[in-house]
Design a protein around this ligand. Structure first.
Ligand code: SF4
Ligand code: SF4
Length: 127
């Protein structure tokens, strides 16, 4: 499963992700990362069978962990203009027969589509 972990400023220089990997002996696949001196975010792919333990390990270290969907798209507000489509860096938005389809399993929650939407149909759930 995919989880988003958020590090606060004071945690950025700590090797927390490495500690969790060593503690559980499993590889964590980093799908996306944004790390700055003021904080960081990583989107990780983790083994389903170890998900609870890994999430708890991060939380015990004070890291915020988000699971599940990262965006919510309102069918009522979407006018199918396609403005969001070309901005998605990982092709999580598809145009099919005049419809706009969001693949929420692929979404990394970058927020680029949110800012582009003229009707504010997309909400970022991670903030
Ligand atoms: S939040 Fe980013 S990754 Fe997710 S659908 Fe929008 S542009 Fe794509
Ligand atoms: S930009 Fe907004 S209104 Fe346009 S297709 Fe995307 S979600 Fe729908």
């Amino acid at each position: 499963m995919r989880i988003m972990v958020r590090f606060k400023e004071e945690m950025v220089s700590n090797p927390i992700t490495s500690e969790v990997i060593l503690e559980h002996g499993v590889p964590l696949n980093i799908l996306w990362a944004k790390v700055e001196s003021t904080g960081g975010e990583l989107l990780l792919e983790i083994p389903d069978e170890k998900a609870n333990e890994i999430v708890n390990s991060f939380r015990l270290r004070g890291v915020e962990v988000l699971t599940g969907r990262l965006i919510d798209v309102s069918e009522e507000l979407c006018v199918k203009c396609g403005a969001c489509y070309s901005l998605c860096p990982i092709d999580a938005i598809e145009l099919r027969d005049g419809d706009v389809i969001f693949n929420e399993d692929l979404c990394i929650g970058c927020g680029l589509c949110v800012d582009a939407c003229p009707t504010k149909a997309i909400k970022l759930l991670k903030v």
